[in-house]
Design a protein around this ligand. Structure first.
Ligand SMILES: Cc1cc2nc3c(=O)[nH]c(=O)nc-3n(C[C@H](O)[C@H](O)[C@H](O)COP(=O)(O)OP(=O)(O)OC[C@H]3O[C@@H](n4cnc5c(N)ncnc54)[C@H](O)[C@@H]3O)c2cc1C
Length: 407
C-alpha cells in the first residue's frame, strides 16, 4: 500500500539515524514486532527495557510509514466527544478511555526524558474550537462532563479566544494535557535506544504468519523466518487488508508546512482542532513553522490523492489565512511542504489494541484516529504488559470484541 503522497516535512529536514540491513537468515526471539513506526518503536522500547529479546522488522526504513507524515499533535481528545462516547459505551468506560488518554499524553514526558534528545517535544495547551454558533452552544455540556471526569479544561467564549489567542471563533475548550513532537525523530531515537539495549532490527516484508503451539513463525518475502514466542502487529493502516473483518474505513488527510518564521503574531503555539467534521488541525514547530492539516476525504487511491494534493494544499492555506486573518494582516501563507497520508477512523473513535481475533500469540496495535500517537503510547503500555504475562489496565476498552453497547 502507498501510504504517503507529496513530501512530508520531517523526513525532509531530519537525518535518518538508523539504516537496518535486510533480514539475512532465519532467527528466533521472544517477541517479533512487525512495523517500525512510532507504535512498533514504543513497543520495542518498552519490551527491550523490560529485558525481552525483541526483533523489529519492517519493509520500509524506520518511521517512513504513516509516522513520518504525521503532524503529531499529541491530544487526549478522542475523535468522539466524551458525551458521544458515553452514549456508545456508557459513562464509566467512556470516562476511563478519556482519562487513559490524558495519562498517556502525560507519560510521553517521561519517555522523552529517557532519550538523549527532546525530539521536538513541547508541552502545549490545546484548543478545541467551536466551528459554528450551534457547536459553541454544545460546548458547556462537554466541558461539564470532562470536568466531572477530573480533566483540567476551561470553557472559553469568543471574547476569551480573541483576547488570549487572537482567533475569531464563537468558543472553545482549552485543555492543558497536550504536547507536540517530531514523530520521525522520536521513532528513530526510540529504536536506536532499543538496539543499544539488545533489540534487533531488520528490513523485510512479512508475508505469512504460521501458528505454532508455543508461538508464531513469521515468513518474509526474502525467504527467511522469525520464530517468536509472541508477535506484535504494529502495521497500522496496512493491517486492514489482513483482518477477517476490517475495523476502519481508510481515507486521506492532507497537510502543509510553511517555511520557518511564519507563525502569526499572537499564536502561543496552542494545538488547534475543531468541532466540524472533517476538522482543521494546526500546530507550530520548534523552528517556527505552521503545520496545517485537514481536508480529509474518503479517497484511498494514491494516484487520485496525488492529483488532489495541490488544490487541497491551497485550501489549507486559505483556511489558515481565514483563521488568523487579523494577526496576519493580509500576509499570504505559502506552503513549503505539502503532503497527504492514508488515515483511518473507527466507529467509536477508539483504537484496536490486544489479542488478534482467532490468532493465539499475536496482538495488534492499531491506533486509528486523530490522536493515533496517543493511542500508540497506550498500545505500547498494554502490549508490554500482555507480552510479559501481566494483566494490563483498560485492555477491555480497546479490545476487538468490545462492541458498541452502553454498559
Ligand atoms: C498526514 C497525517 C497526519 C496525522 N496527524 C496526527 C496528529 O496530529 N496526531 C496524532 O496523534 N496522529 C496523527 N496521525 C496519525 C498517526 O500518525 C498514526 O496513528 C501513527 O503514525 C501510526 O503509527 P504506526 O507506527 O502505528 O504506523 P506506521 O507509521 O504506518 O508504521 C507501520 C509500519 O508497518 C510496516 N508494515 C506494514 N505491513 C508490513 C508487513 N507485512 N511487513 C513488514 N512491515 C510492514 C509499514 O511499512 C510501516 O512502516 C496522522 C496521520 C497522517 C497520515
Amino acid at each position: 500500500m502507498d501510504l504517503v503522497s507529496g513530501v512530508p516535512l520531517w523526513p525532509a529536514v531530519d537525518l535518518p539515524e538508523l539504516a537496518p540491513e535486510p533480514l539475512a537468515r532465519s532467527i528466533g526471539c521472544d517477541v517479533a514486532v512487525v512495523g517500525a513506526g512510532i507504535t512498533g518503536a514504543l513497543v520495542a522500547w518498552h519490551l527491550a527495557g523490560a529485558g525481552a529479546d525483541v526483533v523489529v522488522i519492517d519493509r520500509r526504513p524506520p518511521g517512513l510509514g504513516s509516522t513520518g507524515a504525521s503532524t503529531a499533535l499529541v491530544l487526549y481528545e478522542i475523535d468522539r466527544t466524551l458525551g458521544e462516547l458515553r452514549e456508545l459505551h456508557g459513562a464509566e468506560r467512556a470516562t476511563r478511555a478519556y482519562r487513559r488518554c490524558v495519562e498517556a499524553v502525560l507519560n510521553l514526558e517521561s519517555i522523552i526524558a529517557a532519550l538523549d534528545d527532546d525530539c521536538g517535544y513541547r508541552r502545549r495547551s490545546c484548543l478545541y474550537l467551536a466551528s459554528s454558533e450551534a457547536d459553541a452552544r454544545a460546548l458547556p455540556e462537554e466541558w461539564r462532563l470532562r470536568r466531572e471526569a477530573g480533566i483540567e479544561v476551561e470553557l472559553l467564549d469568543g471574547a476569551d479566544l480573541q483576547r488570549d489567542h487572537r482567533i475569531r471563533r464563537p468558543g472553545a475548550l482549552r485543555s492543558t494535557a497536550a504536547a507536540e513532537l517530531d514523530p520521525y525523530r522520536f521513532t528513530q531515537r526510540l529504536l536506536a535506544r532499543s538496539v543499544r539495549i539488545g533489540a534487533r532490527i531488520a528490513t523485510g516484508e512479512v508475508v505469512t504468519l504460521e501458528r505454532r503451539a508455543d508461538g508464531v513463525t513469521l515468513a518474509t518475502a526474502g525467504g527467511h523466518r522469525i520464530a517468536a514466542r509472541h508477535v506484535v502487529l504494529a502495521t497500522s493502516y496496512e493491517a486492514q487488508a489482513h483482518l477477517e473483518r476490517p475495523v476502519a474505513q481508510l481515507g486521506t488527510t492532507y497537510t502543509i508546512a510553511t517555511a520557518p518564521g511564519q507563525v502569526p503574531p499572537g499564536w502561543d503555539g496552542a494545538l488547534l482542532w475543531e468541532t466540524a467534521r472533517p476538522y482543521l488541525y494546526a500546530r507550530t514547530t520548534a523552528d517556527g513553522r505552521m503545520l496545517i492539516g485537514g481536508e480529509d476525504d474518503a479517497c484511498d487511491d494514491p494516484a487520485e490523492r496525488e492529483r488532489r494534493l495541490p488544490a487541497k494544499g491551497r485550501r489549507l492555506e486559505a483556511s489558515a489565512e481565514a483563521l488568523w486573518a487579523e494577526s496576519l494582516g493580509g500576509v499570504r501563507l505559502r506552503a513549503e511542504y505539502t503532503w497527504a497520508g492514508t488515515f483511518a477512523g473507527t466507529e467509536d473513535g477508539l483504537p484496536y489494541i490486544g489479542p488478534a481475533p482467532d490468532f493465539p500469540h499475536a496482538t495488534y496495535a492499531l491506533g486509528y484516529g486523530g490522536n493515533g500517537v496517543t493511542f500508540s503510547i497506550i498500545a505500547a503500555e498494554i502490549l508490554r504488559d500482555l507480552a510479559l504475562g501481566r494483566a494490563p489496565r483498560d485492555a477491555d476498552l480497546f479490545a476487538f470484541d468490545r462492541g458498541n453497547q452502553r454498559g
